[in-house]
Design a protein around this ligand. Structure first.
Ligand code: ADP
Length: 140
């Protein structure tokens, strides 16, 4: 397996509840190294640009308003097979469908307020990491 990088976002429902540390304990426990991290407050237009691939979905406007409703923590994770490993630790999009022990099962409030984001492919990871970070900010 190759070492990969992926983008993680700790979403507004989680920063509001002060559970970023507990979420990161799950990520680090899965041998994902946090190699870049910052707290940002997205504008609606930044959220819309980040989630542009979902522009046609019925939930798009709500999703973007939610992502801009409070600060988020954006992070780059690095590790063996990091993209799939991170998705596994996050669990299914809807916390009701997520496996026991996953972040979304433990912390997610609903299908929208599901606490975390993770890139779903190498192409998305490259785009999403570049959206928030320059190479200088990533320290492995
Ligand atoms: P994932 O984050 O698991 O990759 P998607 O890319 O399908 O899931 O969706 C992006 C985000 O949009 C989800 O994490 C969630 O916050 C929100 N979302 C997805 N499906 C719905 C839905 N049916 N209703 C409301 N929000 C949704």
């Amino acid at each position: 397996m190759a070492v990969q990088r992926t983008l993680s976002i700790i979403k507004p429902d989680a920063t509001r509840r002060r559970i970023s540390g507990r979420i990161n304990a799950h990520l680090e426990g899965a041998e994902l190294n946090i190699v870049a991290q910052k707290r940002v407050r997205l504008s609606i237009s930044q959220a819309r640009a980040f989630y542009a691939e979902h522009a046609e979905r019925a939930f798009y406007d709500d999703l973007c308003a939610y992502m801009a409703s409070a600060p988020v923590v954006v992070q780059v994770l690095e590790g063996e097979d990091a993209i799939a490993r991170h998705r596994e630790v996050m669990g299914a999009t809807n916390p009701a469908d997520a496996e026991d022990g996953t972040i979304r099962k433990e912390f997610g409030l609903g299908v929208q307020e599901n606490s975390v984001h993770g890139s779903d492919s190498p192409a998305s990871a490259a785009r999403e990491i570049g959206f928030f970070f320059s190479e200088m900010e990533i320290v492995g």
